[in-house]
Design a protein around this ligand. Structure first.
Ligand code: ATP
Ligand code: MG
Ligand code: MG
Length: 342
């Protein structure tokens, strides 16, 4: 494999591409929007996922196709897969594109989720609230990220709803949120990084800290659960698995079939970071082992946090990553820093 096609030209695609470049591989990015990373010297196709000619031309120039964005339309995937292999596979995409399918899958393989109910009509919503109660969270089945498309329901009477196909989730009173960045190679070997402790604010990841400070029993359980997920999907690539820690054990919040924001600390903590790990998996190369060599705190630079950039650049033991997005917007991830704390 010499050229890897990446669907999506945001910061994850950009960092995947940089990692591939270090391994002597080329990347070709398919970015339908105005690409935030278009200033970087890779080929960017400004065409939509409905443009089958552009998709075909893209697929023909690469050896394998991966993605940094899981909401690629099925028709585009059908076409691409008829030309080149897609890694991680279509089942992983189908499962994680839809919160209802995802939760059913997780329960089927024996992993706990928040209690949930399918909400397709106003009647369903009333019935779901009657069973699950409040507080609960109504989430759109598809397309949500950074807490978008979610409505918290605090009182069961007259819950507001936009009409989008959704799931109602019981509110989990967790003590911590953690995530496992796990990888599975083409040979079926699995490697995981040390689970990170995540802090979210307003639905957006703010900070990830490793080590998490949690007992080994919990972090080992989390890694075993993540391994069960990638094995069940016959997965090839890196996956992010978000979990809630509760007194009754670990609950899987959601999975992302790609490199994950809570895995950015691996850039400063590991010999092979999550981006290189994903490229290795997709290219059929041996995986890195996931060993952590430093204690790291990853902090996202969101919106106006960019004002701190001069100070951050002047600080010791801080690795700065800026995504080169054209415009600062509130709530938008503009970059991140990895602070080596030990
Ligand atoms: P992303 O994909 O960017 O991680 P998302 O939009 O898919 O975010 P979720 O991960 O579902 O959103 O939720 C965002 C955050 O909201 C969670 O990390 C958690 O802090 C909180 N949250 C979500 N669901 C629940 C729940 N059932 N109980 C308690 N808190 C929740
Ligand atoms: Mg999500
Ligand atoms: Mg999430």
């Amino acid at each position: 494999i010499r050229t890897i096609g990446i669907l999506g030209g945001g910061q994850l695609g950009r960092m995947l591409s940089a990692a591939a470049s270090r391994l002597g591989l080329r990347c070709h990015i398919y970015e339908p929007g105005v690409a935030p990373a278009a200033d970087v010297a890779w080929r960017v196709t400004n065409a939509s996922y409905d443009d089958h000619d552009a998709l075909r031309a893209f697929a023909q120039t690469v050896d394998v196709i991966t993605y940094e964005f899981e909401n690629v339309p099925t028709s585009a995937l059908d076409l691409l897969e008829s030309i080149r292999p897609i890694r991680p596979n279509r089942r992983a995409l189908a499962v994680s594109q839809d919160r209802l399918t995802e939760k059913n899958f997780l329960n089927e393989i024996g992993l706990a989720t928040a209690p949930f109910a399918d909400v397709a009509t106003q009647g369903d919503l009333a019935a779901a609230v009657a069973v699950i109660g409040a507080p609960s969270i109504l989430k759109t089945r598809r397309m949500g990220y950074d807490g978008k498309g979610q409505i918290r329901i605090d009182r069961p009477e007259n819950p507001g709803w936009t009409g989008a196909a959704s799931v109602l989730e019981g509110f989990v009173s967790f003590s911590e949120e953690i995530s496992v960045i796990v990888a599975r190679g083409a040979d079926g070997r699995v490697a995981a990084y040390d689970p990170g402790l995540n802090l979210h604010q307003e639905g957006i990841l703010r900070r990830t800290t490793v080590p998490s400070g949690l007992p080994t029993k919990i972090t080992t359980d989390a890694v075993l659960m993540a391994a069960r997920i990638v094995n069940a999907l016959d997965y090839v690539g890196v996956m992010g698995v978000e979990l809630f820690v509760t007194p009754e054990g670990l609950i899987v919040n959601e999975i992302a079939p790609r490199v994950h924001n809570s895995g950015h600390w691996t850039q400063a903590g590991c010999a092979v970071d999550q981006f290189e790990q994903h490229i290795r998996a997709v290219a059929g190369l041996p995986l890195g082992d996931g060993k952590r060599y430093a204690d790291v705190t990853m902090e996202n630079l969101i919106g106006d946090d960019m004002d701190q950039l001069p100070d951050l650049l002047a600080s010791a033991s801080v690795q700065v990553h800026i995504y080169g997005k054209s415009e600062v917007k509130s709530g938008r991830k503009m970059g991140h820093v990895n602070r080596i704390t030990k």
